[in-house]
Design a protein around this ligand. Sequence first.
Ligand code: NAD
Ligand code: TDX
Length: 333
Amino acid sequence: MKLLITGGAGFIGANFVRYVYINHPDVAITILDKLTYAGNRVNLTGLLKARVRLVVGDITDESLVDTLMSQTDVCVHFAAESHNDNALVHPKEFLQSNVIGTYTLLEAARKYQVRFHHVSTDEVYGQLPLEPKSAKFTTSSRYAPSSPYSATKAASDMLVQGWVRSFHVRATISNCSNNYGPYQHIEKFIPRQITNILSGRRPKLYGSGKNVRDWIHVEDHSRAIWAIITRGHIGETYLIGADEQHSNLEVVETLLQLMGQPSDAFDYVADRPGHDARYAIDASKIRRELGWTPLHTDFKGGLAQTIDWYQQHCDWWQNQKRAVEARYAQHDQ
Ligand code: NAD
Ligand code: TDX
């Protein structure tokens, strides 16, 4: 199989490349990545060998995308601007990469009849109330994005649906919950708090800290995507989640405890505008139809492993820490 992976130098993309490289030696991988602030060649260390090549370029570049798609059997599309806080400041880049980029890929997939998998987020469904926790997003939930980022992801999902229906592109979509694990950019919640503690800063909780996210280890997300591209049904949407709902406050307290700090050694900071209260995924369809199940079922253990990873890879994040925190400080966060 010749696999084209967009955004393969980012957090989830690089973990997926590593997963495929290790588990499926018969697959030849081409990564298309612009290497934005969030993409890093170092995330692919040890992988850029005969079976994996990195093409540095933009998914909105029609001629480059045309050339690469003509050499592809299956395209897994991760590339996107991915951070909500950035979208509140610079939304245009999100429209360009997430919407025009997905359109550009779909047109090329259509031309060369490439099997296409679109990686999306649970945020397209908007927010759930904090209670009852049993209420979850399902594949019949209504699209109701509440932020500039999630609006662009919702738009890209709908483009995929339109290209399946009208042009018979062989595509699938997955909407996954919040990922954690190695190589996640330190602007994101869990790595920001871990690297705050490691660098003598206090963790920062937005608003009340009561907002709930449903966490999944990035390796389980990779395994789910592999199941979809090999066994999924064309035109279908799969929701991916590991049933790990935790408030942000609980997560910060657990990180502090695991890192030997008092459980109240954090600051409350300005809330995110439009901050979604809760996300939660009902993953019964992918469990039932594709036999997928998460293997990382010990969230606290997963956090401990993630702390170890950031501790052992200080040189991967240290140079960016000051600039990331300076940006947050401009918004009292
Ligand atoms: P990330 O920001 O860590 O990585 C994004 C990658 O895409 C980077 O390597 C970047 O250089 C590349 N990229 C961005 N714009 C590009 C462009 N125009 N052309 C080529 N490359 C470009 O993001 P992530 O957290 O790994 O998320 C990957 C995908 O998964 C995104 O589509 C995101 O919406 C989705 N997703 C993320 C999560 C999560 O918890 N992080 C959950 C569900 C879905
Ligand atoms: O310093 C912080 N303090 C804080 O309380 C940061 C950075 C975040 N938060 C809160 C906001 C959210 O409730 O933590 C929660 C998680 O925040 P993010 O890591 O920014 O993730 P989120 O906005 O939930 O979106 C993530 O999951 C869905 C990814 O970034 C998206 O790409 C994905 O689509």
